[in-house]
Write a protein that binds this ligand. Structure first.
Ligand code: XMP
Length: 509
Protein backbone atom coordinates (compact mmCIF):
# COMPACT_ATOMS: atom_id res chain seq x y z
CA UNK A 1 0.00 0.00 0.00
CA UNK A 2 1.07 3.53 -0.84
CA UNK A 3 -0.83 6.52 0.51
CA UNK A 4 -1.36 9.66 -1.54
CA UNK A 5 -2.12 12.66 0.64
CA UNK A 6 -4.55 14.84 -1.25
CA UNK A 7 -3.67 18.54 -1.35
CA UNK A 8 -5.68 19.29 -4.46
CA UNK A 9 -7.65 16.52 -6.01
CA UNK A 10 -6.91 16.85 -9.68
CA UNK A 11 -3.23 16.13 -9.34
CA UNK A 12 -3.80 13.65 -6.53
CA UNK A 13 -6.12 11.51 -8.58
CA UNK A 14 -3.72 11.47 -11.48
CA UNK A 15 -0.89 10.35 -9.19
CA UNK A 16 -3.09 7.58 -7.81
CA UNK A 17 -3.94 6.45 -11.27
CA UNK A 18 -0.29 6.23 -12.33
CA UNK A 19 0.61 4.26 -9.22
CA UNK A 20 -2.16 1.77 -9.83
CA UNK A 21 -1.04 1.47 -13.44
CA UNK A 22 2.29 0.34 -11.99
CA UNK A 23 0.37 -2.41 -10.15
CA UNK A 24 0.90 -0.94 -6.72
CA UNK A 25 -2.13 -0.57 -4.49
CA UNK A 26 -2.67 2.98 -3.40
CA UNK A 27 -5.25 4.95 -1.52
CA UNK A 28 -6.01 8.62 -1.55
CA UNK A 29 -6.43 10.08 1.88
CA UNK A 30 -7.11 13.52 3.27
CA UNK A 31 -4.05 15.68 3.56
CA UNK A 32 -4.50 16.02 7.33
CA UNK A 33 -4.58 12.31 8.11
CA UNK A 34 -2.85 11.78 11.47
CA UNK A 35 0.56 10.16 11.69
CA UNK A 36 -1.04 7.66 14.10
CA UNK A 37 -3.51 6.57 11.44
CA UNK A 38 -0.77 6.36 8.82
CA UNK A 39 1.15 4.11 11.19
CA UNK A 40 -1.88 1.84 11.53
CA UNK A 41 -2.28 1.61 7.76
CA UNK A 42 1.45 0.85 7.51
CA UNK A 43 2.00 1.98 3.91
CA UNK A 44 5.31 1.30 2.19
CA UNK A 45 5.41 4.83 0.90
CA UNK A 46 3.70 8.19 1.19
CA UNK A 47 3.22 10.70 -1.60
CA UNK A 48 2.21 14.29 -0.93
CA UNK A 49 0.35 15.61 -3.95
CA UNK A 50 0.49 19.01 -5.57
CA UNK A 51 -2.24 21.51 -4.90
CA UNK A 52 -3.44 25.01 -5.69
CA UNK A 53 -2.38 26.63 -2.40
CA UNK A 54 0.81 28.40 -1.43
CA UNK A 55 2.61 26.89 1.56
CA UNK A 56 3.05 30.26 3.19
CA UNK A 57 -0.61 31.21 2.65
CA UNK A 58 -2.73 31.60 5.75
CA UNK A 59 -5.01 28.70 5.02
CA UNK A 60 -2.35 26.49 3.49
CA UNK A 61 -3.33 22.86 4.03
CA UNK A 62 -0.65 21.10 6.06
CA UNK A 63 0.06 17.52 6.91
CA UNK A 64 0.85 16.07 10.31
CA UNK A 65 4.64 16.78 10.57
CA UNK A 66 5.12 13.54 12.49
CA UNK A 67 4.56 11.76 9.17
CA UNK A 68 8.16 12.58 8.28
CA UNK A 69 9.37 10.77 11.40
CA UNK A 70 7.70 7.42 10.79
CA UNK A 71 10.61 6.01 8.81
CA UNK A 72 8.31 5.55 5.78
CA UNK A 73 9.69 6.87 2.45
CA UNK A 74 8.03 10.15 1.43
CA UNK A 75 7.83 11.77 -1.99
CA UNK A 76 6.53 15.34 -2.16
CA UNK A 77 5.35 16.57 -5.53
CA UNK A 78 5.18 20.32 -6.31
CA UNK A 79 3.20 21.74 -3.37
CA UNK A 80 3.98 18.48 -1.56
CA UNK A 81 7.70 19.06 -2.06
CA UNK A 82 7.48 22.63 -0.83
CA UNK A 83 5.62 21.46 2.24
CA UNK A 84 8.14 18.71 2.89
CA UNK A 85 11.11 21.05 2.63
CA UNK A 86 9.38 23.69 4.73
CA UNK A 87 8.55 21.14 7.44
CA UNK A 88 12.19 20.06 7.57
CA UNK A 89 13.79 23.49 7.71
CA UNK A 90 13.78 24.80 4.13
CA UNK A 91 12.46 28.14 2.90
CA UNK A 92 9.79 28.45 0.19
CA UNK A 93 9.18 31.68 -1.70
CA UNK A 94 7.67 32.89 -4.90
CA UNK A 95 10.25 32.21 -7.61
CA UNK A 96 11.58 35.08 -9.72
CA UNK A 97 9.98 33.46 -12.74
CA UNK A 98 6.83 31.42 -12.60
CA UNK A 99 7.18 28.22 -14.55
CA UNK A 100 4.29 26.67 -16.43
CA UNK A 101 4.59 24.03 -19.10
CA UNK A 102 7.42 22.04 -20.58
CA UNK A 103 10.94 22.60 -19.42
CA UNK A 104 14.25 20.80 -19.56
CA UNK A 105 15.41 18.84 -16.54
CA UNK A 106 19.09 18.14 -15.98
CA UNK A 107 20.02 15.32 -13.64
CA UNK A 108 22.90 16.17 -11.32
CA UNK A 109 23.47 12.96 -9.45
CA UNK A 110 23.39 9.25 -10.02
CA UNK A 111 20.63 8.36 -7.59
CA UNK A 112 18.13 5.43 -7.64
CA UNK A 113 15.25 7.93 -7.88
CA UNK A 114 16.51 9.13 -11.25
CA UNK A 115 17.80 5.77 -12.49
CA UNK A 116 17.17 5.29 -16.19
CA UNK A 117 16.83 9.01 -16.87
CA UNK A 118 19.09 10.57 -19.49
CA UNK A 119 21.22 13.59 -18.58
CA UNK A 120 18.46 15.89 -19.81
CA UNK A 121 14.76 15.24 -20.32
CA UNK A 122 11.49 17.13 -20.59
CA UNK A 123 9.32 17.68 -17.56
CA UNK A 124 6.08 19.54 -16.91
CA UNK A 125 6.19 22.38 -14.43
CA UNK A 126 3.30 24.32 -12.99
CA UNK A 127 4.32 26.49 -10.08
CA UNK A 128 4.84 30.03 -8.89
CA UNK A 129 6.56 29.17 -5.61
CA UNK A 130 9.68 27.12 -5.22
CA UNK A 131 12.08 25.98 -2.55
CA UNK A 132 14.65 28.76 -2.18
CA UNK A 133 16.83 27.33 0.50
CA UNK A 134 16.68 23.71 1.39
CA UNK A 135 18.76 24.23 4.53
CA UNK A 136 21.48 21.67 5.04
CA UNK A 137 19.02 18.85 4.94
CA UNK A 138 18.28 18.54 1.23
CA UNK A 139 20.57 17.82 -1.69
CA UNK A 140 19.51 18.64 -5.26
CA UNK A 141 19.50 15.69 -7.66
CA UNK A 142 18.08 17.51 -10.68
CA UNK A 143 17.50 21.07 -11.77
CA UNK A 144 15.94 23.18 -14.48
CA UNK A 145 16.93 26.53 -15.89
CA UNK A 146 14.97 28.54 -13.33
CA UNK A 147 14.58 25.97 -10.57
CA UNK A 148 17.87 24.77 -9.09
CA UNK A 149 16.06 22.35 -6.82
CA UNK A 150 13.72 20.62 -9.25
CA UNK A 151 14.36 17.24 -7.58
CA UNK A 152 15.85 16.83 -4.12
CA UNK A 153 16.64 14.13 -1.61
CA UNK A 154 17.06 14.33 2.12
CA UNK A 155 20.64 13.99 3.29
CA UNK A 156 19.98 11.01 5.56
CA UNK A 157 16.36 9.95 5.32
CA UNK A 158 14.27 8.41 2.54
CA UNK A 159 12.52 11.71 1.82
CA UNK A 160 12.34 13.17 -1.68
CA UNK A 161 10.81 16.08 -3.51
CA UNK A 162 9.97 16.84 -7.14
CA UNK A 163 9.03 20.38 -8.12
CA UNK A 164 7.64 19.20 -11.46
CA UNK A 165 4.72 16.85 -12.12
CA UNK A 166 5.83 13.28 -12.89
CA UNK A 167 2.17 12.18 -13.07
CA UNK A 168 1.37 14.06 -16.28
CA UNK A 169 2.21 12.46 -19.60
CA UNK A 170 4.11 15.57 -20.72
CA UNK A 171 6.84 14.65 -18.24
CA UNK A 172 8.78 12.29 -20.46
CA UNK A 173 10.27 10.12 -17.72
CA UNK A 174 7.59 10.80 -15.14
CA UNK A 175 6.43 7.22 -15.05
CA UNK A 176 10.02 6.03 -14.64
CA UNK A 177 10.50 8.39 -11.70
CA UNK A 178 7.37 7.21 -9.96
CA UNK A 179 8.34 3.63 -10.63
CA UNK A 180 11.82 4.27 -9.22
CA UNK A 181 10.30 5.73 -6.06
CA UNK A 182 7.90 2.81 -5.64
CA UNK A 183 10.30 0.00 -6.47
CA UNK A 184 13.72 1.29 -5.42
CA UNK A 185 12.82 3.56 -2.50
CA UNK A 186 9.69 1.89 -1.09
CA UNK A 187 10.40 -1.70 -2.12
CA UNK A 188 6.97 -2.25 -3.73
CA UNK A 189 6.92 -5.41 -5.85
CA UNK A 190 4.23 -4.21 -8.27
CA UNK A 191 2.09 -7.33 -8.12
CA UNK A 192 -1.22 -5.74 -7.16
CA UNK A 193 -4.12 -6.60 -9.48
CA UNK A 194 -7.73 -5.54 -9.80
CA UNK A 195 -8.60 -9.01 -8.44
CA UNK A 196 -6.97 -8.06 -5.13
CA UNK A 197 -9.25 -5.05 -4.93
CA UNK A 198 -12.29 -7.20 -5.62
CA UNK A 199 -11.28 -9.51 -2.77
CA UNK A 200 -10.75 -6.58 -0.42
CA UNK A 201 -14.09 -5.04 -1.31
CA UNK A 202 -15.91 -8.34 -0.96
CA UNK A 203 -14.49 -8.81 2.53
CA UNK A 204 -15.29 -5.23 3.51
CA UNK A 205 -18.86 -5.43 2.17
CA UNK A 206 -19.53 -8.71 3.99
CA UNK A 207 -18.22 -7.32 7.26
CA UNK A 208 -20.32 -4.17 6.96
CA UNK A 209 -23.55 -5.68 5.73
CA UNK A 210 -23.78 -8.76 7.96
CA UNK A 211 -27.18 -10.38 7.47
CA UNK A 212 -28.93 -7.26 6.15
CA UNK A 213 -30.36 -6.72 2.72
CA UNK A 214 -28.85 -4.28 0.23
CA UNK A 215 -30.73 -2.46 -2.51
CA UNK A 216 -28.95 -1.53 -5.71
CA UNK A 217 -30.47 0.68 -8.38
CA UNK A 218 -29.64 -0.60 -11.86
CA UNK A 219 -29.45 1.85 -14.75
CA UNK A 220 -28.28 -0.46 -17.47
CA UNK A 221 -24.91 1.32 -17.52
CA UNK A 222 -21.45 0.14 -16.57
CA UNK A 223 -21.11 1.56 -13.07
CA UNK A 224 -24.33 0.29 -11.56
CA UNK A 225 -23.80 -3.10 -13.21
CA UNK A 226 -20.32 -3.42 -11.70
CA UNK A 227 -21.64 -2.41 -8.27
CA UNK A 228 -24.37 -5.02 -8.55
CA UNK A 229 -21.91 -7.71 -9.67
CA UNK A 230 -19.53 -6.89 -6.83
CA UNK A 231 -22.32 -6.97 -4.25
CA UNK A 232 -23.66 -10.18 -5.69
CA UNK A 233 -20.26 -11.77 -5.30
CA UNK A 234 -20.11 -10.56 -1.70
CA UNK A 235 -23.62 -11.23 -0.43
CA UNK A 236 -25.47 -13.23 -3.10
CA UNK A 237 -29.21 -13.38 -2.50
CA UNK A 238 -29.13 -10.64 0.16
CA UNK A 239 -29.02 -8.25 -2.82
CA UNK A 240 -32.19 -6.74 -4.32
CA UNK A 241 -31.98 -4.71 -7.53
CA UNK A 242 -34.43 -2.10 -8.75
CA UNK A 243 -34.65 -1.02 -12.37
CA UNK A 244 -37.01 1.84 -13.19
CA UNK A 245 -38.38 1.97 -16.73
CA UNK A 246 -39.02 5.68 -17.15
CA UNK A 247 -40.24 5.40 -20.71
CA UNK A 248 -37.15 7.32 -21.84
CA UNK A 249 -34.91 4.32 -22.46
CA UNK A 250 -33.27 3.28 -25.68
CA UNK A 251 -34.75 0.62 -27.92
CA UNK A 252 -34.87 -2.80 -26.25
CA UNK A 253 -33.07 -1.53 -23.15
CA UNK A 254 -35.50 -2.84 -20.57
CA UNK A 255 -35.49 -6.34 -22.03
CA UNK A 256 -31.71 -6.26 -22.33
CA UNK A 257 -31.26 -5.31 -18.68
CA UNK A 258 -33.57 -8.11 -17.63
CA UNK A 259 -31.78 -10.63 -19.83
CA UNK A 260 -28.31 -9.59 -18.69
CA UNK A 261 -29.42 -9.70 -15.10
CA UNK A 262 -30.79 -13.19 -15.40
CA UNK A 263 -27.60 -14.40 -17.06
CA UNK A 264 -25.46 -13.12 -14.25
CA UNK A 265 -27.49 -12.99 -11.05
CA UNK A 266 -29.79 -15.29 -9.21
CA UNK A 267 -31.34 -12.79 -6.93
CA UNK A 268 -34.27 -10.46 -6.53
CA UNK A 269 -34.96 -8.03 -9.43
CA UNK A 270 -37.73 -5.43 -9.37
CA UNK A 271 -38.49 -3.90 -12.76
CA UNK A 272 -40.85 -0.99 -12.26
CA UNK A 273 -42.69 0.18 -15.33
CA UNK A 274 -43.31 3.84 -14.57
CA UNK A 275 -43.29 5.06 -18.16
CA UNK A 276 -46.87 6.32 -18.09
CA UNK A 277 -46.25 8.28 -14.92
CA UNK A 278 -43.10 9.92 -16.39
CA UNK A 279 -44.66 10.72 -19.73
CA UNK A 280 -47.77 12.23 -18.22
CA UNK A 281 -45.73 14.44 -15.89
CA UNK A 282 -43.57 15.53 -18.84
CA UNK A 283 -46.47 16.30 -21.17
CA UNK A 284 -46.19 19.81 -22.57
CA UNK A 285 -42.84 20.54 -20.88
CA UNK A 286 -40.18 21.92 -23.24
CA UNK A 287 -37.66 23.58 -20.91
CA UNK A 288 -34.59 21.30 -20.51
CA UNK A 289 -33.94 22.07 -16.85
CA UNK A 290 -37.61 21.61 -16.06
CA UNK A 291 -37.50 18.23 -17.79
CA UNK A 292 -34.48 17.18 -15.75
CA UNK A 293 -36.16 18.27 -12.52
CA UNK A 294 -39.35 16.36 -13.25
CA UNK A 295 -37.47 13.23 -14.32
CA UNK A 296 -35.28 13.41 -11.19
CA UNK A 297 -38.19 13.94 -8.83
CA UNK A 298 -40.39 11.22 -10.31
CA UNK A 299 -37.46 8.82 -10.31
CA UNK A 300 -36.91 9.35 -6.61
CA UNK A 301 -40.60 8.94 -5.84
CA UNK A 302 -40.89 5.73 -7.84
CA UNK A 303 -37.63 4.34 -6.49
CA UNK A 304 -38.56 5.17 -2.91
CA UNK A 305 -41.92 3.44 -3.17
CA UNK A 306 -40.36 0.31 -4.61
CA UNK A 307 -37.55 0.34 -2.05
CA UNK A 308 -40.09 0.58 0.77
CA UNK A 309 -41.69 -2.60 -0.47
CA UNK A 310 -38.39 -4.39 0.26
CA UNK A 311 -38.93 -4.54 3.96
CA UNK A 312 -35.66 -5.75 5.44
CA UNK A 313 -33.31 -3.50 3.42
CA UNK A 314 -30.82 -1.42 5.36
CA UNK A 315 -28.24 -0.41 2.74
CA UNK A 316 -28.33 1.27 -0.63
CA UNK A 317 -25.46 0.66 -3.06
CA UNK A 318 -24.45 3.36 -5.53
CA UNK A 319 -21.92 3.49 -8.34
CA UNK A 320 -20.22 6.76 -7.41
CA UNK A 321 -16.76 6.94 -9.00
CA UNK A 322 -13.74 8.86 -7.87
CA UNK A 323 -13.96 11.51 -10.63
CA UNK A 324 -17.59 12.14 -9.58
CA UNK A 325 -16.36 12.79 -6.08
CA UNK A 326 -13.59 15.18 -6.95
CA UNK A 327 -15.25 17.06 -9.77
CA UNK A 328 -17.84 18.27 -7.33
CA UNK A 329 -15.16 19.68 -5.09
CA UNK A 330 -14.19 16.56 -3.15
CA UNK A 331 -14.97 16.52 0.53
CA UNK A 332 -16.80 19.69 1.59
CA UNK A 333 -13.80 20.96 3.53
CA UNK A 334 -11.15 19.51 1.26
CA UNK A 335 -8.55 21.65 -0.50
CA UNK A 336 -9.54 21.12 -4.16
CA UNK A 337 -11.05 23.99 -6.06
CA UNK A 338 -14.51 23.11 -7.34
CA UNK A 339 -14.31 22.56 -11.09
CA UNK A 340 -17.86 21.85 -12.10
CA UNK A 341 -21.07 20.41 -10.81
CA UNK A 342 -21.26 16.84 -12.03
CA UNK A 343 -24.56 15.31 -13.07
CA UNK A 344 -24.01 11.96 -11.45
CA UNK A 345 -23.11 13.07 -7.98
CA UNK A 346 -25.71 13.00 -5.31
CA UNK A 347 -27.74 10.24 -6.89
CA UNK A 348 -30.50 9.30 -4.52
CA UNK A 349 -31.03 11.59 -1.56
CA UNK A 350 -30.08 10.63 1.94
CA UNK A 351 -33.67 11.00 3.16
CA UNK A 352 -34.38 7.59 1.70
CA UNK A 353 -33.08 6.45 5.04
CA UNK A 354 -30.51 3.91 3.89
CA UNK A 355 -26.88 3.62 4.74
CA UNK A 356 -24.84 4.12 1.59
CA UNK A 357 -22.41 1.62 0.14
CA UNK A 358 -20.19 3.08 -2.57
CA UNK A 359 -17.62 0.44 -3.43
CA UNK A 360 -16.32 2.25 -6.55
CA UNK A 361 -15.68 5.53 -4.78
CA UNK A 362 -11.90 5.27 -5.11
CA UNK A 363 -11.84 4.05 -8.69
CA UNK A 364 -11.38 5.54 -12.11
CA UNK A 365 -13.59 4.54 -15.00
CA UNK A 366 -11.00 2.29 -16.64
CA UNK A 367 -10.51 0.48 -13.34
CA UNK A 368 -14.26 0.00 -13.01
CA UNK A 369 -14.23 -1.52 -16.48
CA UNK A 370 -11.39 -3.87 -15.57
CA UNK A 371 -13.22 -4.82 -12.41
CA UNK A 372 -16.40 -5.52 -14.36
CA UNK A 373 -14.56 -7.79 -16.78
CA UNK A 374 -12.87 -9.60 -13.90
CA UNK A 375 -16.31 -10.10 -12.34
CA UNK A 376 -17.48 -11.79 -15.53
CA UNK A 377 -19.58 -9.02 -17.10
CA UNK A 378 -19.62 -8.98 -20.89
CA UNK A 379 -17.36 -6.80 -23.05
CA UNK A 380 -20.46 -5.44 -24.73
CA UNK A 381 -21.79 -4.12 -21.43
CA UNK A 382 -18.42 -2.89 -20.18
CA UNK A 383 -17.74 -0.77 -23.26
CA UNK A 384 -21.16 0.82 -23.60
CA UNK A 385 -21.30 4.50 -24.30
CA UNK A 386 -22.59 6.55 -21.37
CA UNK A 387 -26.28 7.34 -21.37
CA UNK A 388 -27.61 10.26 -19.34
CA UNK A 389 -29.90 9.63 -16.37
CA UNK A 390 -32.77 11.67 -17.90
CA UNK A 391 -32.38 9.47 -20.97
CA UNK A 392 -34.16 10.31 -24.19
CA UNK A 393 -35.95 13.03 -22.23
CA UNK A 394 -33.06 15.37 -22.99
CA UNK A 395 -32.66 14.14 -26.57
CA UNK A 396 -36.27 14.75 -27.52
CA UNK A 397 -36.11 18.51 -28.00
CA UNK A 398 -39.39 20.33 -27.62
CA UNK A 399 -42.42 18.44 -26.38
CA UNK A 400 -42.05 14.80 -25.36
CA UNK A 401 -44.68 12.49 -26.79
CA UNK A 402 -44.64 8.74 -27.21
CA UNK A 403 -44.70 9.12 -31.02
CA UNK A 404 -41.66 11.38 -31.05
CA UNK A 405 -39.89 9.10 -28.57
CA UNK A 406 -40.64 6.14 -30.78
CA UNK A 407 -39.08 7.85 -33.82
CA UNK A 408 -36.05 8.89 -31.78
CA UNK A 409 -35.58 5.40 -30.37
CA UNK A 410 -35.66 3.82 -33.83
CA UNK A 411 -33.25 6.40 -35.28
CA UNK A 412 -30.88 6.01 -32.34
CA UNK A 413 -30.85 2.23 -32.74
CA UNK A 414 -29.91 2.64 -36.41
CA UNK A 415 -27.04 5.01 -35.56
CA UNK A 416 -25.58 2.63 -32.98
CA UNK A 417 -26.10 -0.46 -35.10
CA UNK A 418 -24.32 1.09 -38.07
CA UNK A 419 -21.44 2.34 -35.94
CA UNK A 420 -20.98 -1.15 -34.56
CA UNK A 421 -21.10 -2.66 -38.03
CA UNK A 422 -18.48 -0.17 -39.23
CA UNK A 423 -16.24 -1.13 -36.27
CA UNK A 424 -16.32 2.43 -34.94
CA UNK A 425 -18.26 1.97 -31.72
CA UNK A 426 -15.15 1.76 -29.53
CA UNK A 427 -13.31 4.53 -31.43
CA UNK A 428 -16.12 6.93 -30.59
CA UNK A 429 -16.86 7.55 -26.94
CA UNK A 430 -20.45 8.68 -27.32
CA UNK A 431 -22.90 8.64 -30.22
CA UNK A 432 -26.63 9.08 -30.43
CA UNK A 433 -29.57 10.58 -32.26
CA UNK A 434 -31.51 13.68 -31.23
CA UNK A 435 -34.96 14.65 -32.45
CA UNK A 436 -35.16 18.38 -33.12
CA UNK A 437 -38.09 20.69 -32.50
CA UNK A 438 -38.01 21.56 -36.19
CA UNK A 439 -40.23 20.26 -38.94
CA UNK A 440 -39.19 20.73 -42.52
CA UNK A 441 -40.51 20.21 -45.99
CA UNK A 442 -39.61 17.17 -48.01
CA UNK A 443 -40.79 15.20 -50.96
CA UNK A 444 -41.45 11.48 -50.78
CA UNK A 445 -42.85 9.65 -53.79
CA UNK A 446 -45.08 12.23 -55.40
CA UNK A 447 -46.16 13.89 -52.20
CA UNK A 448 -45.01 16.80 -50.11
CA UNK A 449 -44.07 15.98 -46.52
CA UNK A 450 -43.67 18.20 -43.50
CA UNK A 451 -41.88 16.06 -40.92
CA UNK A 452 -39.37 15.72 -38.10
CA UNK A 453 -35.58 16.20 -38.23
CA UNK A 454 -33.06 13.85 -36.64
CA UNK A 455 -29.59 15.11 -35.70
CA UNK A 456 -26.79 12.58 -35.35
CA UNK A 457 -23.97 13.24 -32.87
CA UNK A 458 -20.72 11.27 -32.48
CA UNK A 459 -17.85 12.51 -30.34
CA UNK A 460 -14.42 11.45 -29.18
CA UNK A 461 -13.32 12.50 -25.72
CA UNK A 462 -11.00 11.53 -22.87
CA UNK A 463 -13.09 12.71 -19.99
CA UNK A 464 -16.37 14.12 -21.36
CA UNK A 465 -15.34 17.57 -20.13
CA UNK A 466 -14.11 18.45 -23.62
CA UNK A 467 -14.98 16.62 -26.81
CA UNK A 468 -14.42 16.67 -30.57
CA UNK A 469 -17.01 15.81 -33.18
CA UNK A 470 -15.97 12.70 -35.04
CA UNK A 471 -15.56 12.81 -38.84
CA UNK A 472 -17.74 9.85 -39.81
CA UNK A 473 -16.92 8.42 -43.24
CA UNK A 474 -19.30 9.78 -45.89
CA UNK A 475 -20.44 6.31 -46.86
CA UNK A 476 -21.44 5.58 -43.31
CA UNK A 477 -23.32 8.88 -43.05
CA UNK A 478 -25.11 8.02 -46.24
CA UNK A 479 -26.18 4.61 -44.91
CA UNK A 480 -27.35 6.10 -41.60
CA UNK A 481 -29.30 8.87 -43.28
CA UNK A 482 -30.94 6.61 -45.85
CA UNK A 483 -31.90 4.04 -43.26
CA UNK A 484 -33.39 6.59 -40.86
CA UNK A 485 -35.45 8.30 -43.55
CA UNK A 486 -36.65 5.03 -45.05
CA UNK A 487 -37.27 3.14 -41.85
CA UNK A 488 -38.44 5.72 -39.35
CA UNK A 489 -41.94 7.01 -39.88
CA UNK A 490 -42.35 10.74 -39.50
CA UNK A 491 -38.73 11.69 -40.27
CA UNK A 492 -37.77 13.28 -43.59
CA UNK A 493 -34.40 14.90 -42.77
CA UNK A 494 -31.14 13.87 -41.08
CA UNK A 495 -28.35 16.31 -40.13
CA UNK A 496 -24.90 15.75 -38.63
CA UNK A 497 -23.68 17.74 -35.64
CA UNK A 498 -20.20 19.20 -36.26
CA UNK A 499 -19.73 21.13 -33.01
CA UNK A 500 -17.04 20.48 -30.46
CA UNK A 501 -17.27 20.90 -26.68
CA UNK A 502 -16.69 23.65 -25.70
CA UNK A 503 -18.42 25.78 -26.82
CA UNK A 504 -21.21 23.24 -27.41
CA UNK A 505 -22.01 20.47 -24.96
CA UNK A 506 -22.25 16.81 -25.88
CA UNK A 507 -25.98 16.61 -25.27
CA UNK A 508 -28.26 19.13 -26.93
CA UNK A 509 -30.14 19.91 -23.73
P1 XMP B 1 -22.57 17.50 -21.64
O1 XMP B 1 -23.85 17.52 -22.41
O2 XMP B 1 -22.64 18.27 -20.35
O3 XMP B 1 -22.39 15.99 -21.21
O4 XMP B 1 -21.39 17.84 -22.47
C1 XMP B 1 -21.24 15.41 -20.64
C2 XMP B 1 -21.59 13.97 -20.30
O5 XMP B 1 -22.59 13.94 -19.28
C3 XMP B 1 -23.75 13.27 -19.74
N1 XMP B 1 -24.92 14.00 -19.25
C4 XMP B 1 -25.70 13.59 -18.24
N2 XMP B 1 -25.64 12.48 -17.47
N3 XMP B 1 -27.54 13.23 -16.28
C5 XMP B 1 -26.60 12.30 -16.49
O6 XMP B 1 -26.57 11.29 -15.80
C6 XMP B 1 -27.67 14.36 -17.01
O7 XMP B 1 -28.57 15.17 -16.78
C7 XMP B 1 -26.70 14.55 -18.05
N4 XMP B 1 -26.48 15.53 -18.95
C8 XMP B 1 -25.39 15.18 -19.68
C9 XMP B 1 -23.65 13.28 -21.25
O8 XMP B 1 -24.37 12.20 -21.84
C10 XMP B 1 -22.16 13.19 -21.46
O9 XMP B 1 -21.71 11.85 -21.37
Amino acid sequence: LVLVLDFGSQTAQLIARRIRDLNVFCQLVRHDISAERVKELAPRGIILSGGPASVYGEKAPKCDPEIFNLGIPVLGICYGMQLTCQALGGVVRAGTTREFGRTELTTLEDHPLVAGLPATSTVWMSHGDQVQQAGDEFIPIASTHSCPMAAVRHRSRQIFGLQFHPEVTHSEYGKQLLENFLRKCCGCAGTWQIESLIEQQVTAIRARVGNSRVICGLSGGVDSSVVAALLYKAIGSQLSCIFVDNGLLRKGECEKVRERFQNHFKTDLHVVDASHRFLSELAGVVDPQQKRKIIGRVFIEVFRKEAESITDARFLAQGTLYPDVIESGGSPDGPAATIKYHHNVGGLPEQLGFELIEPLRDLFKDEVRRMGLALGLSEELIWRHPFPGPGLGVRCLGGITSERLHALREADAIVLEELRKAGLYRTIQQAFAVILPVQSVGVMGDGRTYEETIAVRAVTTDDFMTADWYPLPYDLMRIISTRIINEVRGVNRVVYDISSKPPSTIEWE
